[in-house]
Write a protein that binds this ligand. Structure first.
Ligand SMILES: [Zn+2]
Length: 74
């Protein structure tokens, strides 16, 4: 992740308007909908103001950090 990435309204990762969301594979969504836990394949950082996705990561430690306390993007 690079700190200088910004969306069109000027927010970057770490700003209050930017939230992390987790993304799953099709199979992952299926297991989640069945009430099982599933591991995200990607974490994306989205600006809540303009909706732009500023950054994303497939790094293992980023996924572990956000998998339980982030909204799921579909
Ligand atoms: Zn924005």
């Amino acid at each position: 992740m690079k700190a200088e990435k910004r969306c069109k309204c000027g927010n970057s990762v770490g700003d209050p308007m930017v939230t992390a969301k987790t993304r799953y594979t099709k199979g992952g969504y299926f297991w989640l909908s069945m009430g099982f836990s599933s591991k995200p394949t990607e974490v994306v950082f989205q600006c809540q103001k303009c909706g732009e996705i500023i950054d994303s990561s497939t790094e293992e430690f980023i996924i572990e950090k956000y998998r339980y306390n982030s909204d799921i993007i579909k």
